[in-house]
Write a protein that binds this ligand. Structure first.
Ligand code: SF4
Length: 346
């Protein structure tokens, strides 16, 4: 799936700019026909182009940036497994993607050359899950697990289906958004399970939801797989209320529940995408009440160092100064009290 043909190479670096060439040497670049069709590659401000086309700003590293910003390595007991929370693990069978997002939090790990776990490594990772009875949910991520062939997906599913304590299998993927043609009937059939199978798609702008993408997502729904989305809040892509509203409404209307809006991680060369958390909170505040609750994701931060995700949403409630209840703010900005009165003596 890596850029191979001349035409796509020219689109990624149309002026043969040495800075862009240096970025392309440093980080993986790949475009699909689907993302090319969804963007205006001549417009550097295009919200889809910004996600995929390399930029000279990626050569800037800031002191807080980390090669492993969410601390996967510290929680990896065997290759391909990240066990950060008691009841769930990440299983990373492959380290390549259909496209390479310029803000990717695993950009130091993904790309051509990283490829997939070997058969032995995958067997060891599955053994780890088999021998961890507290693991209730397995989250397949990567890379992008949907770049695997239907045959390999079916093998992994068969192994997970046979582990009684695994009740939920979740896929994190960009493929339905960036390469919907890879989602074949064989692939959908390979995901069949008596267990709950959730598919979490990664989309950041409504412009990515083309007719082909919508048709692809319909096939998962028809096969009985619940769809969720995760998005990253990105400067110049979706950092305004209208873009976020359009994205979340469009996803919800095609039966994809907006799940998480991630604050961008401290990945190397991504400072041009990051905005202050306070700005993200103000954006979330502006959407409260304006957009149906079923269309609102949680605003999440992955704590650097591997300490897990926490919501960093704006606060709507605080203790009242007199200690008798709470002060609440409504979505229009009005303030109210929620009083808790002491019982009267009888
Ligand atoms: S698809 Fe996911 S793992 Fe791959 S580059 Fe994009 S954000 Fe990173």
């Amino acid at each position: 799936m890596q850029v191979k043909n001349r035409q796509k190479q020219d689109i990624a670096n149309p002026q043969n700019d040495p800075a862009i060439a240096a970025v392309m040497d440093r980080y993986a670049v790949s475009l699909t026909d689907t993302v090319l069709a969804a963007m205006d590659p001549q417009n550097p401000q295009d919200p889809v182009a910004r996600q995929y086309l390399p930029a000279a700003a990626e050569l800037v590293n800031t002191p807080e940036e980390l090669d492993d910003p969410i601390g996967d390595e510290a929680h990896s007991p065997v290759k391909g497994i990240v066990h950060r929370y008691p009841d769930r693990v990440l299983l990373k069978p492959v380290h390549v993607c259909a496209v390479y997002c310029r803000f990717c939090f695993r950009r130091e790990k993904v790309g051509p050359g990283s490829e997939a776990l070997s058969a032995e490594e995958l067997a060891t990772a599955l053994d780890y899950i088999r021998n961890a009875p507290n693991v209730w949910e397995v989250i397949l991520t990567g890379g992008d697990p949907f770049v695997l062939s239907p045959r390999r997906l079916a093998e992994i599913m068969a192994a997970l289906n046979a582990i009684p304590h695994v009740e939920v299998i979740r896929f994190h993927t960009r493929v339905p958004i960036a390469a919907p043609d890879r989602v074949t009937a064989e692939m959908i059939a390979a995901l069949a399970s008596d267990k709950a199978v959730y598919v979490v798609v990664h989309a950041n702008h409504a412009q990515e939801l083309t007719a082909a993408v919508k048709e692809c997502l319909r096939r998962f729904v028809a096969a009985g797989m619940p769809l969720l989305s995760q998005s990253t809040l990105l400067r110049g892509v979706n950092d305004n209320p209208q873009a976020l509203e359009n994205l979340f409404r469009a996803l919800t209307a095609i039966k994809v529940k907006p799940y998480y809006l991630h604050h961008p991680d401290l990945a190397p060369g991504t400072s041009h995408f990051r905005l202050p958390i306070a700005e993200g909170q103000a954006l979330l505040r502006s959407l409260q009440g304006r957009v149906s609750g079923i269309a609102l994701p949680r605003y999440m931060l992955d704590i650097p160092g591997g300490h897990g995700k926490v919501p960093v949403e704006p606060r709507w409630i605080e203790p009242a100064v007199d200690g008798n209840g709470y002060k609440l703010r409504d979505y229009r900005g009005g303030t109210h009290t929620y009083e808790i009165k002491k019982p009267k003596d009888v």
